[in-house]
Ligand binder design. Structure first.
Ligand SMILES: [Zn+2]
Length: 417
């Protein structure tokens, strides 16, 4: 079946266009296309769907549960006790709640790390989203725990053979929660099976003091020795890296997932050094982190926050709307290898329609309007892999997902009370 989006505006192109989708691919862009199904794009921008490169989707169950607390109290007294009670079914519904929110705000693909990832994968596939999923590998230096995490990771990777929607990756949680032996196993396994690696990197100053049991070099030297610093790595946060680290990351072709909202909310101490990363040629993408530390998965909000946070240092020319737009579209899509990220013939049909409305008038600069004025709630249609997953702001089974996820969250609270 073919779908044509009629009479729409594409940022970066002059005029109005019809965009034809055949199967899962953009098959034509011209002033006159015909298809089996027609969707009006009048008064709307057609753009690549957004890509969120760092998330823990199922934590949407914890949104608003424990806010405005110091990081260690937040984790030790609130988040970890709840997580210890989580079941696979909780993760399934929490993931679906997150997918619902992401779809409704224009996200088509995300990079996720958590537990019970077989259940998460089932939720993602049902919602029709693209995701790279990894089991959060944590051994805390304990050999028995390491063996269990290796088995869990192998089982998960075997369970997800890799489809157009869901791909497996390795998820060593961080250098302070995984032993060198654990990281080395992840490195070997990722190389052998050609899998991506998703890990937290340099989020807090404390973490920089804790890694590698007195290791005397830089954190990126450590990762390099272990074999993890390469173009398969997505490092989340990267706030406390020094100049040498950022140059190492650039040379290795690794990707940074910048999470400005989570960083500000958890008070990690300073903004990520985007100007240096940019000059060093690092690929910077954007992530939300989880709903427990954000508390939203809206990538337009994250993009605006990223731009504003950088300008606060005194230079309003840093991190422009165009750069933020690139980070949440093409940059993220390339990092996760989704096949989309650009509105061009032959690309994967991962696209959204964004209503211009009052906030898009008079329309001097579409990219500026998209990043600084329009909201995730202005997204009306979402197409992923050629399939409409949201039409006229409606997603299948929306009420059921909200109801079930809420019931799951309330049951968890009772268990820790
Ligand atoms: Zn995280």
């Amino acid at each position: 079946m073919s779908i044509v989006i009629k009479d729409t505006e594409i940022p970066g192109r002059e005029g109005r266009f019809d965009v034809l989708v055949e199967d899962d691919i953009i098959a034509g862009i011209s002033h006159s296309e015909d298809g089996d199904r027609v969707i009006s794009g009048a008064g709307k921008y057609l753009l690549p769907g957004f890509v969120n490169t760092h998330c823990h989707a199922a934590m949407s169950l914890f949104r608003g549960y424990a806010d405005d607390l110091p990081l260690q109290i937040w984790l030790n007294e609130h988040i970890w006790p709840l997580e210890s009670k989580l079941t696979a079914e909780d993760v399934y519904w929490g993931t679906k709640l997150a997918c619902l929110e992401m779809i409704k705000s224009g996200t088509v693909a995300f990079n996720d790390m958590y537990f019970f990832m077989e259940a998460a994968a089932r939720g993602v596939e049902e919602m029709g989203m693209k995701a790279t999923l990894s089991h959060g590998f944590i051994d805390l230096g304990d050999e028995g725990r390491r063996e269990e995490e290796i088995k869990r990771t192998e089982k998960f990777v075997a369970h997800i053979p890799g489809s157009k929607l869901v791909k497996p990756a390795l998820g060593p949680h961080g250098v302070y929660t995984v032993s060198r032996e654990g990281l080395e196993w992840c490195s070997r396994y990722s190389r052998k099976h050609e899998l991506g690696v998703h890990m937290h990197l340099a989020e807090t100053e404390q973490e920089m003091e804790q890694f590698g049991e007195g290791y005397q070099g830089n954190i990126t030297d450590y990762l390099g020795e272990i074999g993890l610093l390469n173009n398969r790595l997505i490092g989340a946060h990267c706030v406390w890296l020094d100049d040498m680290d950022m140059e190492n990351i650039s040379r290795a072709g690794a990707t940074v997932s910048h999470n400005p909202v989570s960083n500000m909310k958890l008070g990690v101490g300073k903004p990520m050094d985007y100007p240096f990363m940019r000059s060093a040629g690092v690929r910077v993408t954007l992530g939300t982190d989880s709903c427990a530390s954000n508390n939203s998965l809206d990538m337009l909000e994250t993009a605006k926050m990223a731009a504003l946070q950088q300008k606060m240092g005194g230079d309003p020319t840093v991190l422009t709307a165009v750069e933020a737009y690139h980070m949440i579209t093409r940059g993220g899509a390339e990092a996760l290898n989704t096949g989309g990220g650009v509105i061009e013939e032959g690309m994967a049909a991962d696209m959204i329609l964004l209503e211009k409305g009052v906030k898009g008038a008079p329309g001097h600069n579409p990219i500026s309007d998209i990043i600084y004025s329009l909201k995730g709630s202005d997204v009306t249609h979402v197409m992923i892999n050629g399939r409409i997953v949201m039409g006229d702001r409606k997603v299948d089974n929306e009420d059921e997902i909200v109801r079930e996820a809420t019931a799951r969250a309330m049951r968890l609270l009772k268990e820790v009370a």
